[in-house]
Design a protein around this ligand. Sequence first.
Ligand SMILES: Nc1ncnc2c1ncn2[C@@H]1O[C@H](COP(=O)(O)OP(=O)(O)OP(=O)(O)O)[C@@H](O)[C@H]1O
Length: 474
Amino acid sequence: MARPPTTERWPASNGLASIEEAVGAFSLLRDFFEGAIIVDADTHITWMDARYRELLKLNPSFDPIGLPVEDVIPHSLLRRVVETGRPILLDIMNFNERQFVVCRIPLKDASGAVEGAIGFVFYDNVDYLAPILDKFETLHKQLTRAQAALTRERQTKYSLSSFVGQSEAVRELKAMVRRFALRDGAALILGETGTGKELLAHAIHQQSDRADGPFVAVNIAAVPEALLEAEFFGVAPGAYTGADKKPRKGKFELAHDGTLFLDEIGDMPPAIQAKFLRVLQEGEVEALGSNTVKKIDVRIIAATSQDLEAKVADKSFRADLYYRIAVLTVHVPPLRDRREDIALICEVLLEQTMRAADERGWVITPEAVALLQNHDWPGNVRELRNVLERAAALAPSEVLDGAVISRAMPPGAARSMSTSTSGQALAHTIADTERQAIIDALATTGGQKSAAALRLGVSRSQFYEKLKRYNIDI
Ligand SMILES: Nc1ncnc2c1ncn2[C@@H]1O[C@H](COP(=O)(O)OP(=O)(O)OP(=O)(O)O)[C@@H](O)[C@H]1O
């Protein structure tokens, strides 16, 4: 049998013929791999070739023989191979800053019992494998990003603890939401854009008796008026030319026994308001083109950033519908009225912000927090999240300091912060910048409001609200 070089240690003489055979076979394969290791049935290292020691940059005086494999190679999967008896034929293993392509095979005795495993490192020179490693890295990044998004979805949307803040205003708000969750009446959540209205709607649902039922959300501003009726009430088969042969359930039916969340309720067209009210009063819904009614049991939670009472006063929103949905009303305070929450919100949002696998986490300096507290946040927590994500992308290290935060802030805000510490002056500068951005977007889109809203990344209803707020006449 061919023997490995004398500088290398034989496996412990434990009488395991196949391990010895495997080691012998190495000499034939030597040119095809860059290093190899053998472990026994307890995954203790019994043999490691000199090239593998070099790859791992082990100190020459360090003797790995007899140690559990993970003590020497923390990410080793040889234990899994020994435990399952199945090989891992191609894998990429991280060790310190480096990535190795490895192959792991179980060693079995004549009866098929696993008596150890052997691992090969195929290429030390990653240039050979650049395309595979690049792909691996891209997929890894995508996975990390998807996991971060999933964590965010779960954490922020489903419980009251996801609504971050310890200010008096937030404590009162949470106490009220807890009380509302226990009752079953319709709830109306009022607050500026990005203050967390949808998040609170999820929290109310999650804390209520309906938590096991569905939570169905409709953003009224995002659905074209012509489709809203079908969206809410459903469509019977063949209700109109081109309608599906199968019935389509409406959101009311889908939310049966649960909660129907109506975002941007202020945008509900008058014709739909009348039908909607009828469904709420009668507790039954009739699909388009159908002549049968279905009983539904749905809790309505509505939200808007518009002044709904003003809409009732100018008759663009039905008073009877307003009173029906405004049984329990919550006002969510804007971020500028609870600046003391900003540091904590930053901490939580940065936890959810993507970072490279080897980074420990973002650190925000007190000076940077002070800058953030100086801004008026017309887009509230959503805008703060965007700024932090931008800062994280711009930051040369894991530390987000004042300079990075200033660069990540909207241009008007950063300028006014450096020239003035007065909240009033800052608010004016931001308002001027926002007004100008709206006028520019309208000019670019030839006065098309929907297209201008899209360019600015705001919903149609937010756009209309801003037109009104800034007195912009088209
Ligand atoms: N108090 C908060 N703590 C943590 N995250 C928050 C908080 N408020 C809002 N957010 C986050 O800000 C973003 C916007 O929140 P959400 O969609 O609930 O706001 P909204 O008031 O419904 O906005 P819009 O009126 O524009 O629909 C989400 O990513 C949400 O998780």
